[in-house]
Design a protein around this ligand. Sequence first.
Ligand SMILES: CCCCCCCC/C=C\CCCCCCCC(=O)SCCNC(=O)CCNC(=O)[C@H](O)C(C)(C)COP(=O)(O)OP(=O)(O)OC[C@H]1O[C@@H](n2cnc3c(N)ncnc32)[C@H](O)[C@@H]1OP(=O)(O)O
Length: 200
Amino acid sequence: MSSPGAVCEEGQLSAAQADAFVGMITAFRDLQSTLCLVAPPPETMTELTGAIENVATRLKEFEVGEGERFARDLGMRGQGHPVLIPYRVTELSETSMLGSVSFGLANMGGDGTAHGGAITMLFDDVLGTFVSRRGQPDSRTAFLKVDYRNITPVNRELRLTASIDRIEGRKTFVTGALADGDVVCAEAEALFVRVLPPQP
Ligand SMILES: CCCCCCCC/C=C\CCCCCCCC(=O)SCCNC(=O)CCNC(=O)[C@H](O)C(C)(C)COP(=O)(O)OP(=O)(O)OC[C@H]1O[C@@H](n2cnc3c(N)ncnc32)[C@H](O)[C@@H]1OP(=O)(O)O
């Protein structure tokens, strides 16, 4: 499931389950990207809509409860979720993380650059997962500030960093950055707060 050199912290899935699920998600991502590139005639779109609906109907046979869904498995690093941005972790310590990410065509805002909302979603996911793993589990985003320093290209491997700056009681303060070589594309600053029971 993981790429060579990736720091792998597996979730609950077997390797065979993870590989098959990531394969299906990868095919779905390709569909999303392809949809952004085409201009088919109406009858073809009607035909293909039926095919997509058939896939969804088939998958609904396998609906399960929250804790059993493959898309929520923590070991999969966005790879196993249809809309999160997949990323790869290459170095991980108690307080810092280094990884890489590439935005696809489905994440494009315009002119070959990533949509700002996709960048914010990536930071929320990366920083939230990092806090869960290295800071405090069961934390939610209280704030997330993103500075867009330069355009973020799609279809290009970017460097992703995150660090836990301090922990004060239930509060974990984190920062993250996305860079294309020496160019900083975006920086993020966030606070995650550990929720108290009976908060859901
Ligand atoms: C059980 C949770 C499970 C979560 C994860 C499940 C498993 C998966 C694991 C891992 C994968 C994760 C990967 C994805 C990650 C994505 C994360 C998200 O996107 S989460 C969705 C978006 N966020 C919300 O919906 C929050 C909505 N807001 C709230 O629920 C509350 O406002 C909350 C919990 C953030 C705080 O509420 P209070 O009532 O518990 O606590 P108060 O007393 O208000 O705040 C505590 C301290 O934090 C400060 N604080 C709170 N909000 C602040 C803010 N916006 N700015 C500055 N300080 C703030 C306060 O001033 C206070 O500080 P002082 O203790 O007095 O020093």
